[in-house]
Design a protein around this ligand. Structure first.
Ligand code: PHE
Length: 403
């Protein structure tokens, strides 16, 4: 502990010339928003889990995919980059883009950092949710900490071809093949096409489950060092195409080093904030870090599938005003004033800025029924005769900003 080391989740890491984590970032490690019940990121994680648990079941009746959401965000540089075939000197390793604890340890920049270890542990199908860290500018859709859900599925020869006619004659691998835009050198085209179909089908079903049939999606080709071919899914949100996930057919070299060289696999990584922002109409990524009850309250649903449309709150600080006034006497049983007269008046002037108007007190002096009855020496007591209201303008401030 002290100046020469960095303390993260109870572990101490020696500093060196690569260290660039800041106290502000370290304070967010361990918040685990995705594991806080009823946080929108938790809610979306639970919905994704529920979908995979019910849609993909082994013959034994148990879920095909196992789910991990508590892996340490402190990983080795080897896990984050080398295990994914990202070469030394690759631009994604820049100190300017990542949070290094020192030359060997870092905060994971993506959940893909765990692909290799989980495949090594013998898993064939898994989901993995976690917080990820990237140095970035801060605006409504960028924040240096966000959350991803990774998915991986591996196929043996039998699993991939069992549903295909004459499948036993087909193979996953070929020798002397070429790498083309469609496939890796060691893969057969028929195997890759089936894996790619299963990948896109799985993700389209997931997104349709979350958003319903109406959401427009599109696929585009892209590049990742650890998948080939690679794709991006975009969804149309408020008229713009927004990238929500990257995916592809896993590089065979990765599977070979992880002890699964007899299988082919797909992998995807999706951004949970992006999905939650579209799904719940959350306008600003910083809201996920809010500690405000008024934010969480909106996500406290009985059933995780219940639709929620987030009601954005004002960014103005709350302001309370008390107002007191005298009322004329009511005549012949005719009410000269009703509560709603005042509410309407406030609304007509304050509009949406006014969150709440409430009656705090109502008092009628037993002797002096009106202002006129009140003797001059008792004018200070006028306030005892009032109708007192509390006007709360502007809703609670919502942003818990870094600065
Ligand atoms: N890790 C990639 C990212 O963060 C996403 C990805 C995951 C791409 C798995 C392909 C396969 O952008």
């Amino acid at each position: 502990i002290g100046q020469n080391s960095v303390e993260v989740l109870g572990q101490s890491y020696p500093r060196d010339d690569f260290t660039n984590v800041t106290p502000k970032i370290l304070a967010m490690v361990g918040r685990n928003l995705h594991n806080q019940s009823h946080h929108p990121l938790w809610l979306i994680k639970e919905r994704i889990k529920a979908h995979f648990y019910s849609a993909y079941i082994r013959r034994s009746g148990t879920p095909l995919f196992s789910v991990y959401d508590n892996l340490n965000p402190v990983v080795t540089v080897e896990q984050n980059f080398d295990s994914l075939l990202i070469p030394p000197g690759h631009p994604s390793r820049k100190r300017g883009d990542n949070y290094y604890l020192n030359r060997t340890m870092m905060l994971r920049a993506h959940t893909s950092a765990h692909q290799s270890e989980l495949v090594k542990s013998g898993l064939d199908a898994f989901l993995l949710a976690g917080d990820v860290y990237r140095r970035d500018e801060i605006d409504t859709s960028h924040y240096p900490v966000f959350h991803q859900m990774e998915g991986v599925r591996l196929f043996s020869n039998h699993e991939l071809f069992s549903k295909v006619q004459n499948g036993e004659e087909l193979s996953l691998f070929e020798c002397g093949g070429q790498r083309t835009p469609q496939k890796q050198e060691t893969h057969t085209l028929e195997a890759v096409k089936l894996v790619e179909f299963d990948l896109k089908d799985t993700l389209t079903r997931l997104i349709t489950h979350l958003f319903g049939e109406d959401l427009e999606i599109r696929w585009s080709d892209c590049y990742f060092p650890f998948t080939h071919p690679s794709f991006e899914m975009e969804v149309r949100f408020q008229g713009n195409w927004m990238e929500v996930l990257g995916c592809g057919v896993m590089e065979q070299e990765l599977l070979n080093s992880a002890g699964a060289g007899n299988k082919l696999g797909w992998a995807f990584g999706l951004g949970l904030e992006r999905l939650a922002m579209v799904l719940y109409s959350i306008p600003d990524i910083r809201l996920f870090w809010s500690q405000d009850e008024r934010f969480f309250k909106q996500f406290r649903v009985q059933d995780i599938h219940q639709p929620i449309c987030f009601q954005p709150l004002s960014k103005f600080p709350p302001l309370h005003n008390d107002i007191s006034f005298w009322l004329p006497e009511s005549r012949e049983g005719q009410e000269s004033f009703t509560e709603n007269d005042f509410y309407e008046l406030v609304r007509s002037i304050g509009g949406e800025m006014v969150e709440k108007v409430s009656l705090v007190d109502d008092f009628i002096h037993p002797k002096w029924r009106s202002y006129e009855d009140c003797p001059p020496e008792c004018l200070d007591l006028r306030l005892d005769l009032v109708h007192r209201h509390n006007v709360t303008s502007a809703r609670n401030r919502l942003y818990t900003l870094m600065d």
